[in-house]
Write a protein that binds this ligand. Structure first.
Ligand SMILES: C[S@@+](CC[C@H](N)C(=O)[O-])C[C@H]1O[C@@H](n2cnc3c(N)ncnc32)[C@H](O)[C@@H]1O
Length: 269
């Protein structure tokens, strides 16, 4: 396991996935009954943008740095949870900030030291549990959650050859075990062939799938991250409209002159 999210925290991919994640959590909180979030690839929860790793790539300057310099009103909810400063919140911190009493967060992180860091961050918090565990295995073991409502957030590093296939298997399993749940998975966009392949596979296996895609520049180089997408199965009411608004705001702040994005229905309800 070589991937360290500290090098990439706050980049454009984080901005897309986290702004949409907050939208999904707000949708869940519209109903009074409690919900559970399973964060399968949680990371360390909070990232020091003044630290050596973030400084080595400087990626956050073209992500959250731009949003801090020119905040967009349609991203206000996300930016309130990720305010200007040096500590950028990862998915566990953002999710925790959106929980109500009675809601639960289950985090899985397979990197031993990162899992320990995350556990320390939530020590004494009865609403959060942190597992040093394979997130894919957790989909099998921990779903459905006792609350019956919730979100599965799958955000792997894609450092293994077969990671996309593992994500599709995890989506299938999560759908089978937790049919009422919202399931969201992030994927990189480098060039178009893998995105078309993913779309084809999703369309053939699932119903009710929405993909929110963003690219800073045209995705033509398989070695370079051009953008990313968040795929949402069983998107909640109102999410599609929110995704359009959020994406337009992100494009206006983060995309280059030939960048763009799309909200695409990959499988009908
Ligand atoms: C993209 S980062 C996660 C970022 C985090 N979700 C966020 O938004 O702040 C991917 C994380 O998955 C962890 N990881 C890699 N393989 C894993 C696995 N099989 N199960 C759980 N975590 C894994 C990595 O150590 C890394 O921290």
């Amino acid at each position: 396991m070589n991937y360290r999210h500290a090098f990439h925290a706050g980049n454009h991919a984080d901005c897309l996935k986290h702004a949409l994640l907050v939208g999904l959590l707000r949708a869940l909180a519209r109903k009074p009954t409690p919900f559970t979030v399973l964060d399968t690839h949680a990371g360390i929860g909070r990232y020091d943008l003044a630290g050596a790793e973030a400084g080595a790539t400087g990626e956050w300057h073209d992500g959250i740095g731009r949003l801090w310099a020119a905040p967009h009103p349609d991203l206000a909810d996300y930016l309130a949870l990720a305010p200007p400063g040096t500590a950028y919140p990862g998915s566990p911190a953002l999710i925790r900030a959106c929980l109500r009493p009675g809601d639960r967060l289950i985090c899985c992180e397979w990197h031993e030291a990162d899992a320990a860091t995350l556990r320390r961050a939530f020590r004494g918090d009865a609403q959060v549990s942190v597992h040093h565990r394979d997130g894919y295995e957790a989909v099998r073991a921990l779903l459905p959650p006792p609350t019956g409502r919730g979100l599965v957030f799958i955000d792997p590093p894609y450092e293994q050859e077969n990671e996309a296939a593992r994500v599709i298997e995890a989506l299938s399993l999560a759908r089978r075990r937790f049919s009422a749940g919202i399931i969201a998975a992030w994927a990189p966009i480098k060039h178009l062939a893998p995105v078309h392949d993913l779309r084809h596979q999703i369309a053939g296996r699932f119903r009710d799938a929405l993909a929110v895609c963003f690219w800073r520049h045209p995705p033509l180089d398989p070695t370079r991250l051009a953008g990313s997408l968040l795929l949402v199965l069983n998107p909640p009411y109102g999410f599609e409209a929110m995704a359009h608004t959020c994406l337009a705001a992100l494009i206006s702040r983060l995309a280059g002159p030939d960048g763009g994005g799309a909200v695409e229905r990959w499988a009908e309800e």
